[in-house]
Write a protein that binds this ligand. Structure first.
Ligand code: 3PG
Length: 391
């Protein structure tokens, strides 16, 4: 794909799709700026090269209504601080309205404007051409740097790409594709993947695709208990997806010793940090639920990781939000931090876990994609990237 360096941007109006879908607290403060920080290299490059930078993004799911709590105003403020220059916020409820048109008309080279939440328009998630055309009418060319949204085919990524040519990739998309792409398609081996989180059902395609690529696949989190059931173990009151037990059996048969499962479990009487708990090996007794991997499993997994040269991690090993059940996740995070390897953290909860452990800057790459990085690991083509102009 063409990238931002392949086009002349001087004096051009450049529409840039970012993923500024960042978490906000009840007062509207941004609680994790990873996605904003990730977007800065492209924005700075465009400013430094004299482009007129028109930024756009969605936030949350306002379903075509101008929901005030999902305004991008806090993002404009954060960007202004980080760039050390004013980012003009065009607060149109219809996104491409009078404020946006006026702000763009008044731009000088190097100026930055941010449009309102693209999902204030109901056309956005339906990829309806009329809204794509409105967005495209503001600019001369299009840069997509929203990796986190690349698994969606919406107006502000796929729609505008078919109208505003060339449509090129920004640095963040390039970086994400390099890290995740090399990890699964061209890894320095051994390649170890760690998958956790609560549901097998949501990770089936990832497990299938990764089993073809990895040297080892480590399983933790709630999804492990469906595999326990497949092994014929009892699971007590642990999370279980009965409909997926046969599937888990099939995967166990196919994977052989590539697939590592917990050998012991921290179990509790109820889902609470101060619940009565113990460590059990093998079967989980009646009335107990698994909430973290046990100490023997931690040692087993650390051993499996020790020679790894590439590690991809998605999903926590236990209920890391509860300090009494965070040890598995934290210890694995520390093990990754200590490795002399390329370590890639893909999406959502595992990113939160690594940051909670204070180890974010010890990882080679923290993906800004949740769903997008999952679909990438599933081996799917991401429509937001496919729509960009080929080199
Ligand atoms: C994400 O947070 O995964 C992206 O911003 C996409 O958001 P969505 O799941 O609401 O489309």
């Amino acid at each position: 794909k063409l990238t931002v360096e392949d086009v002349d941007v001087k004096g051009k109006k450049v529409l840039v799709r970012c993923d500024f879908n960042v978490p906000l607290d009840a007062d509207g403060n941004i609680t994790d700026e990873n996605r904003i920080v990730g977007a800065l290299p492209t924005i700075k490059y465009l400013i430094d090269n004299g482009a007129r930078v028109i930024l756009c993004s969605h936030m949350g799911k306002p379903k075509g209504e101008p929901v005030p709590s999902l305004s991008l105003a806090p993002v404009a403020k954060s960007l202004s601080e980080k760039l050390g220059k004013e980012v003009v916020f065009a607060a149109d409820d219809n996104v491409v309205g009078d404020n946006a048109k006026k702000a763009v008309a008044e731009m000088n080279d190097g100026d930055v404007v941010l449009l309102q939440n693209t999902r204030y328009r109901k056309e956005e998630t339906k990829n309806e051409e009329a809204f794509s055309k409105e967005l495209a009418s503001l600019a001369d060319l299009f840069v997509n740097d929203a990796f986190g949204t690349a698994h969606r085919a919406h107006c502000s990524n796929v729609g505008v790409s078919s109208i505003l040519k060339p449509a090129v990739a920004g640095y963040l998309i390039e970086k994400e594709i390099n890290f995740l792409g090399n990890a699964v398609n061209n890894p320095v081996r051994p390649l170890v993947a760690i998958l956790g989180g609560s549901k097998v059902s949501s990770k089936i395609s990832v497990i299938e695709n990764l089993l073809k690529k990895v040297d080892k696949l480590i399983i933790g989190g709630g999804m492990a208990y469906t595999f326990f059931a497949a092994q014929g173990k009892t699971t007590g009151t642990s999370l279980l997806e009965p409909d997926y037990i046969d599937y888990a059996k099939k995967m166990l048969d196919e994977a052989g010793d590539k697939l590592l499962l917990p050998v012991d479990t921290v179990v509790a009487k109820e889902f609470a940090n101060d619940a009565e708990s113990q460590v059990v090996e093998g079967n989980i007794p009646d009335g107990w639920m698994g909430l973290d991997i046990g100490p023997k499993t931690i040692e087993l997994y650390k051993d499996a990781l020790k020679d790894a040269k590439t590690v991809v991690w998605n999903g926590p090993m236990g209920v890391f939000e509860m300090p009494n059940f965070a040890k598995g996740t934290n210890t694995i995070a520390q093990a990754l931090a200590d490795l002399d390897a390329t370590t890639i953290i893909g999406g959502g909860d595992s990113v939160a876990a690594v940051n909670q452990a204070g180890l974010g800057d010890k990882m080679s790459h923290i993906s800004t994609g949740g769903g997008a990085s999952m679909e990438f690991l599933e081996g799917k083509e991401l429509p937001g990237i496919a729509a960009l102009t080929d080199k």
